[in-house]
Design a protein around this ligand. Structure first.
Ligand code: ZN
Length: 416
């Protein structure tokens, strides 16, 4: 039996098509609501005859850190990606964390591809594509593209061309449920044509940001997801589903967002320019959350004493945790060299922003803000199409599962 090793875990080379899905923003509440409404027959069957548990996502509960954890099998302290957006301590530049150069070490996908396993990584948003595809043997065993840019794939860059023809429809709109469904359909086509044996399909949380679990739009999306799971099962795949984070309502009773503009509050108290607050959820291409999440980083711009700063932040209503650089790195397994002076998280109903001027809330008009980032969005589903082996069943019972164990379970932990 052939194995690859990475970050202290072993992975069996797949002998049958194995599909790991990161259902972006799939809070377990969506699964519960879908089961109750009867729109998730495949999930219901797998829960009965395969495996279902609740697992922890990594902090911060944002897309990029969790996607990188899933494909490396380790926390952010291992792969270095601690947000979608960051302040670079060396240059003081504010940068997107999307550059493959920022990822430390290898990914499971890269090692599998290099070991000769036909491997495909398909993402909804193109911003994740280069990091997830890093190290794939593109053109030989590696395929990597996004549904967002499915109309411009080339053999040299993506290892595939003609994706729209393959899937049978045009590349979807950036702001649509189809951005995710297209990813799943493309994965199904690659399995049908035996062009990939290991697949990582990473969806978008567009639907979950806009709709609560019982709403018709959310139920319709999850029904469509379930239909794709059924098709993958029919094709003989081992299928594993987890999420990068959950999702909670972050609105006030009047419908407006429940937000603390922390940079404004602290600079009013300690003097203009005293601190810079970075919102690691920031994504210039996504408008549905106004860059408001429940985890921010605070950098001092003066010699302000840290204790006084932390004391003030702790007194604010809606704040969940206030941690120093060392505490946050240790507790959340984050890379210390990329960590801020303070990490601040919001509670279940609160998001934290920087300054009012930086957040465009116009796209929220008419709907309640739903978002993530804190510890209240850490619980995610961990679903497998097949039963666990006795060893892995015991392992799952002896400890709280992490979402980033999903590849290990899918490849080595299920019965034939
Ligand atoms: Zn996400």
């Amino acid at each position: 039996m052939q194995l690859i090793e990475l970050n202290g875990r072993s992975y069996r080379l797949p002998t049958r098509p194995t599909v790991v899905i990161c259902a972006d923003g799939c809070d377990p509440a969506y699964i519960e609501a879908g089961l109750e409404a009867g729109v998730l027959p495949t999930v219901a069957r797998w829960r009965e005859r395969g495996f279902y548990a609740l697992a922890d996502a990594v902090m911060p509960t944002f897309t990029n850190p969790n996607n990188l954890s899933i494909v490396t099998g380790g926390p952010p302290s291992v792969h270095g990606i601690s947000g979608n957006f960051a302040l670079d301590r060396e240059s003081s530049a504010e940068i997107m964390m999307t550059d493959p150069e920022m990822v430390r070490g290898e990914t499971i996908l890269a090692l599998m591809s290099q070991a000769g396993v036909p491997t495909a990584a398909i993402t909804a948003k193109d911003k994740l594509r280069r990091m997830l595809g890093s190290g794939l043997d593109i053109g030989r065993t590696g395929i990597c593209f996004s549904s967002e840019q499915a109309d411009r794939c080339t053999l040299t860059e993506h290892g595939i061309e003609g994706v729209e023809a393959l899937v049978g429809r045009a590349a979807p709109d950036m702001y649509s449920a189809d951005l995710s469904l297209f990813v799943l359909d493309a994965g199904i086509r690659l399995v049908e044509e035996e062009r990939a044996r290991l697949l990582y399909l990473s969806l978008s949380d567009y639907v979950q940001h806009g709709h609560a679990p019982g709403e018709p739009e959310a139920l319709a999306f999850h029904r469509a997801l379930d239909e794709r799971l059924a098709r993958l099962e029919e094709l003989g795949c081992v299928v594993a589903v987890t999420a990068d984070h959950g999702m909670n309502d972050k609105a006030l009773p009047d419908g407006g967002p429940h937000v603390l503009f922390l940079e404004d509050i602290l600079n009013a108290q300690f003097g203009a320019g005293a601190v810079r607050v970075i919102c690691p959820i920031t994504d210039p291409f996504v408008r549905h959350h106004g860059a408001l999440g429940s985890f921010v980083r605070v950098y001092r711009k003066t010699d302000l004493p840290l204790a006084a700063l932390a004391h003030s932040v702790r007194a604010l209503p809606g704040v969940d945790a206030v941690l120093s650089r060392a505490e946050a790195s240790a507790l959340y397994e984050l890379p210390y060299d990329r960590e801020a002076d303070l990490v601040v998280t919001g509670d279940r109903n609160t998001v934290i922003g920087a300054s009012t001027a930086e957040h465009d809330l116009s796209a929220l008009a008419g709907h309640r803000l739903r978002s993530h980032g804190g510890a209240s969005e850490q619980t995610v589903p961990f679903l497998l199409s097949h039963k666990l082996t006795l060893d892995y069943l015991r392992l799952s019972q002896s400890q709280r599962l992490r979402n980033f164990a999903i590849f290990e379970f899918a490849l080595g932990g299920v019965t034939p």
